[in-house]
Design a binder for this molecule. Structure first.
Ligand code: CO8
Length: 258
């Protein structure tokens, strides 16, 4: 298997697992970490044995943000020439479901990465936040947009202006996370939930993800048209025939992802 600098990669049945792995710096996200994550996700995307992706952090945090050491001396034009966020755009193109498991800190770029997950499970000790303002900057990988779409202007503005941390409980109340789990059980329970999704009809899951993400980006009418086309499209899958036949025959469906 390949070796990585900043992540650990494994396969668990139908799941592809990515663990952020710079525990000494609380998984501070440097540029090579982002490109390793995306290279791996694209490999998972191309691997038909993998149906869902789990993202977690090693050590005591999910990720405490972008690597400040790497970024401290950057100039405006460095970002422009490097096209710094192209890997984050690749992340938005991943069609398989991404399930995040957050424990400890998910700050700055770490929070942005968490917000890119389709489902998010959090340990009771998870803390989210955008402390960029304390560094004289602001989020750059979607934070102002995704947080605002998710929780609305009022809380987004407050959290982004103050940099204050959002507790796991608050994150649950505001719909940032799906469920809280004790830290010891977090990964195990996240894997169980991901396995359930991995056992659903893969093309249905894929088109659901696409349609839900579309909702954040489009008017209701356009979104409905998009949904409808995806709904029609599923009737050319074998899994639709199998799913409905199994219901009628009162048995469990055997989905093939075709
Ligand atoms: N970058 C680099 N190193 C870090 C980072 C980071 N973001 N966070 C923690 N570390 C390092 C610390 O420097 C420390 O290293 P060392 O042991 O060598 O001194 C080690 O990790 C452990 O951290 P602490 O000793 O500070 O641990 P504490 O438990 O005392 O504190 C905190 C934990 C509160 C999380 C604290 O480490 C902290 O405030 N970290 C910085 C948080 C932050 O400001 N994050 C936002 C960064 S800016 C950002 O994310 C912009 C996003 C833009 C786009 C995204 C691109 C990826």
């Amino acid at each position: 298997s390949k070796s990585y600098e900043a992540i650990e990669v494994s396969q668990h049945g139908k799941l592809g697992l990515i663990a952020l792995n710079r525990p000494k710096v609380l998984n501070a996200i440097n540029r090579s970490m982002v490109s390793e994550i995306l290279d791996t996700m694209e490999e998972f995307e191309a691997d038909s044995s993998i149906k869902a992706i789990v993202l977690c952090g090693k050590g005591r945090a999910f990720a405490a943000g972008a690597d400040i050491d790497e970024m401290a001396n950057d100039q405006t034009i460095d970002f422009e020439l490097r096209n710094q966020f192209k890997d984050w755009d690749r992340l938005a193109m991943i069609k398989k479901p991404i399930i995040g498991a957050v424990h400890g800190f998910a700050l700055g770029g770490g929070f942005e990465l968490a917000l890119c997950c389709d489902l998010l499970f959090a340990a009771d000790n998870a803390e989210f936040g955008f402390p960029e303002v304390n560094l004289g900057v602001m989020p750059g990988a979607g934070g102002t947009q995704r947080l605002t779409k998710l929780v609305g202007k009022t809380k987004a503005m407050e959290w982004l202006f103050t940099g204050k941390r959002i507790t796991a409980k608050e994150a649950l109340q505001h719909g940032i996370v799906n469920q809280l789990i004790s830290e010891e059980l977090l990964l195990e329970e996240t894997i169980k939930a991901a396995e359930q999704i991995a056992n659903q009809a893969p093309i249905a899951i894929r088109l659901i993800k696409e349609a839900v993400l579309k909702a954040a980006d489009t008017s209701l009418n356009e979104g409905m048209e998009f949904e409808r086309k995806n709904f029609y499209l599923l009737f050319s899958t074998e899994d639709q025939k199998e799913g409905m036949k199994a219901f009628i025959e009162k048995r469990k469906p055997q989905f093939k992802g075709k």
